[in-house]
Design a binder for this molecule. Structure first.
Ligand code: MCA
Ligand code: AMP
Length: 457
């Protein structure tokens, strides 16, 4: 099974571009081969996943070698880095990749070989490493190729981080499997997206926050709107796209965004097809090969397609992860009869379209497309010397989807909001910092002494 089929024919076509630097298939193949030779036989490696050609070569080299690679947030703070490095214990951090080196590729590893370990937040405690095998990457990318008529002719533009599934698997490995090109914008901006799309890019991948910002810019600038309107497909995922932003983008570009729904553990589950109806608020039918069911609170399977009855999404298929690294207990709890319990709550329409209406855990926050656990932030806040206790929640935000709000009880001199935000950014990551801090004398509690977050806000 050739995971990156595009690399079977390493010629001088462009494979990856980051800003104004690019690598041909030939160069990528050679440089990744050198990485593969260097790490042969290692148990696990990591890479500080900056948006760079070096990161792409490190990941492709590790895939070539059959050595699982952990992409690390370059802005990971002290605690987060300590945890990820301790938990994954890489033999090497591939931060000195040489784009000019050359080496040979070993034989293709088997489909169950772990390929990537991507860290994702839970409700409490530190993030968990999701172990993704090669066949899951292949299955999800082929499912999307079928849904979007995605071929080697396509050039995917995006400005997503390379330490999560969206930017790494879909935005980078996707084009390499198809034999097309990935065009990383370096950092997302409407101008960079428009430039790529008016040059060679055919598809744009982004999170709803990016489309929200894009909409505002396109409304101001017709030339920008025309450039974005030349795309073959605009795709949104990682969080719910507000209907208003969907309509604004359509009004400016004439294009209706296609949404798809996935998760680090499952990769992609559903997608609106390139030739399918775009109904705002829906994420389309299951991808080929993915089984999806809705289950009620008692665990009974809901055999209904009325776009009204709500149940938790369970999925099964070749797109699923192997396990949470070092967490057999949590892995076991995540499944029932071979089905993965997503925690997402949805309806199903007669034509199979899924509409996500919420999620089971209130302690999970989706901000800017990042999944963030409330407990993780509370633990970080509680480490601040002035903080006695804290409670963190997500509140609706037009730009970020949800913004992180922290309620804190402090003693002594009150630290400023900025100080607490910086404290969390330093320990965890900047995107996990509270955007707002509210000070209280005490947190509301029920008779059992448990904090009742519902009474906050
Ligand atoms: C601000 N900054 C700070 C601080 N405050 N740095 C240190 N300490 C602080 N206190 C810095 C930030 O690091 C950042 O730096 C800049 O200021 C702006 O920060 P922020 O406001 O957080 O960024 P933003 O502009 O609001 O980011 C919006 C975004 C981002 C670009 C949309 O949220 C994003 O990239 N989201 C993508 C998330 C994603 O890929 N999710 C996929 C998960 P600098 O400017 O240098 O960066 S995978 C998934 O969900 C599944 C599989 C799926 O379905 O896809
Ligand atoms: P992560 O754990 O970071 O991979 O985030 C996965 C979660 O993102 C899913 O469980 C959903 O809650 C959410 N998600 C992803 N895509 C969509 C979408 N198109 N609409 C709504 N929620 C989404």
């Amino acid at each position: 099974m050739n995971l990156l089929e595009g690399l079977d024919r390493p010629d001088d076509r462009e494979a990856v571009r980051v800003g104004d630097r690019a690598l041909s298939y030939e160069r990528l193949h050679a440089a990744a081969g050198a990485v593969a030779e260097r790490i042969a036989g290692m148990r696990r490696v990591a890479v500080t996943a900056t948006p760079s050609l070096e990161t792409c070569v490190a990941v492709v080299g590790a895939l070539a070698a059959g050595v699982p690679i952990v992409p690390i947030n370059p802005k990971a703070g002290e605690r987060e880095l300590e945890h990820v490095m301790g938990d994954s214990a890489p033999d090497l951090v591939l931060d000195d990749v040489d784009l000019g080196a050359s080496g040979d590729w070993p034989a293709e590893p088997g489909g169950e070989t772990p390929a990537l370990i991507v860290y994702t937040s839970g409700t409490t405690g530190p993030p968990k490493g999701v172990v993704l095998p090669r066949r899951a990457l292949a299955a999800t990318l082929d499912g999307l190729a079928d849904a979007w008529a995605w071929t080697g002719e396509d050039v995917v533009a995006h400005g997503l981080p390379l330490y999560h599934v969206h930017g790494l698997v879909l935005g980078t490995l996707g084009p390499l499997r198809r034999g097309g090109a990935a065009w990383h914008l370096g950092r997302f901006s409407s101008e960079a997206a428009a430039e790529a799309l008016s040059a060679r890019a055919t598809m744009l991948f982004g999170v709803p926050t990016m489309y929200h910002r894009l909409a505002a810019d396109l409304e101001r600038d017709e030339a920008l709107a025309r450039a974005v309107g030349s795309a073959r497909l605009l795709v949104s995922g990682s969080a719910a796209l507000p209907a208003a932003d969907h309509a604004r983008i359509e009004a400016c570009t004439g294009l209706r965004i296609a949404e798809r729904y996935g998760m680090s553990e499952t990769l992609m589950n559903t997608a609106i097809r390139a030739d399918g109806e775009r109904r705002p608020g829906t994420v389309g039918p299951p991808l080929a090969g993915v089984e999806l069911r809705l289950v009620d609170d008692d665990g009974a399977v809901l055999d209904v397609s009325d776009d009204e009855t709500v149940g938790e999404i369970h999925v099964r298929g070749p797109n699923l992860f192997l396990e949470y690294l070092n967490r057999p207990d949590v892995t076991e709890e995540a499944f029932v009869d071979g089905w993965f319990k997503t925690g997402d709550v949805a309806t199903r329409a007669e034509d199979g379209y899924i509409r996500i209406v919420g999620r089971r855990a209130t302690d999970l926050i989706k901000s800017g497309g990042y999944k963030i656990g409330a407990g993780e932030i509370e633990n970080a806040l509680n480490e601040h010397p002035a903080v006695v206790e804290s409670a963190v929640m997500g509140e609706p935000d037009p730009d970020l989807g949800e913004r992180i709000v922290a309620w804190v009880v402090v003693e002594g001199e009150r630290p400023s909001e900025q100080e607490l935000a910086d404290h969390v950014a330093r320990l965890l990551a900047p995107h996990k910092r509270p955007r707002e801090v509210r000070y209280l004398d005490e947190l509301p509690r029920n008779a059992l002494g448990k904090v009742t977050k519902k009474q906050l806000g």
